[in-house]
Design a protein around this ligand. Structure first.
Ligand SMILES: [Zn+2]
Ligand SMILES: [Zn+2]
Length: 224
C-alpha cells in the first residue's frame, strides 16, 4: 500500500474533527487499506504472503475488518489460504502413521513454532509507518502560522501520538505542546464538572457538554 503524506487541506480538516487528528487520519487510512487489500486487490501475491506469514490480523484489526464487513469474499480467500498453511504446519503428535513418521523424519515442525505469527499484523505495520509520516506532516504544518491557527480548534493529540511527536521534535513541536496543555486543562475542567454535577447535592444542575468527557478523555489517553 502506498504511503502518502496528507495535504495541508486534509490536515486542517482533521484538526477541526473531534479527537486526535493523527488517529482520525489513521482511521480513514485503515478503512481504505481494508477496502483496497481485501476487496479490490485481494489477489496481490506479495500482500497475501504477508498476511499468511502474520497468520491473519491482530484481534483489534480483525474486529475492524469485521466491522467494515463488506469483504466477505476477500476474507474467505485469505482465511482459506492461512488455514491451509496452518494445517500443513500442525505438529504431528501421534506416534504412528506412515505420514506422521515421514513428516517427523523430514523434521517438520515438531514444536509448533511455525504456527505462530512469523511477522506482525499487516494492518499494524502499515498504520505504524503511516503514523510516522502523518506526525512529520503535522509538525511541518504547525511550524507555519496558517497551520498553528488551524490547529487552535483541535482536541490535541492522543498520548501515543504526542510521545511520537516529542521524539521526532522540530519547530512545530512548540505549538503541539502549548496546545496540548490547554486541551488537557479544558478536559480536566470538564471531568471535574461532570464529577461535581454527579453529586446528589447538585442533581438539579443539568449535565451539558461534559456528558461524554470521560469517553473523550480515555480515547485521548489510549489513542484509537
Ligand atoms: Zn492519536
Ligand atoms: Zn493489527
Amino acid at each position: 500500500m502506498l504511503i502518502k503524506a496528507p495535504s495541508r487541506t486534509d490536515l486542517h480538516q482533521v484538526y477541526a474533527a473531534p479527537g486526535c487528528p493523527v488517529c482520525t487520519l489513521l482511521t480513514r487510512s485503515e478503512r481504505r487499506y481494508i477496502d483496497a487489500t481485501l476487496y479490490e486487490h485481494v489477489t496481490d501475491v506479495k500482500w497475501r504472503e504477508e498476511v499468511r506469514a502474520a497468520r491473519g490480523f491482530c484481534a483489534l484489526h480483525t474486529q475492524h475488518v469485521l466491522d467494515v464487513g463488506r469483504s466477505a469474499l476477500g476474507v474467505s480467500l485469505v482465511a482459506a489460504d492461512i488455514i491451509a498453511t496452518l494445517r500443513d504446519l500442525l505438529p504431528n503428535t501421534s506416534d504412528g502413521g506412515a505420514l506422521g513418521r515421514l513428516r517427523s523424519a523430514l523434521g517438520a515442525n515438531s514444536s509448533g513454532a511455525q504456527l505462530r505469527p512469523q511477522r506482525p499484523c499487516p494492518i499494524c505495520s502499515y498504520l505504524g509507518e503511516l503514523a510516522a509520516v502523518y506526525i512529520a506532516a503535522l509538525l511541518d504544518d504547525l511550524a507555519s502560522d496558517a497551520g498553528a491557527q488551524a490547529y487552535a480548534v483541535s482536541s490535541g493529540l492522543c498520548l501515543p501520538h504526542l510521545n511520537q511527536a516529542i521524539s521526532r521534535g522540530g519547530p512545530g513541536l512548540r505549538v503541539v505542546t502549548e496546545h496540548q496543555a490547554q486541551a488537557w486543562e479544558r478536559l480536566e475542567a470538564e471531568l471535574n464538572e461532570f464529577i461535581r454535577k454527579s453529586d446528589y447535592q447538585y442533581s438539579g444542575e443539568a449535565i451539558d457538554a461534559e456528558r461524554d468527557a470521560w469517553r473523550r478523555a480515555l480515547l485521548l489517553l489510549s489513542g484509537k
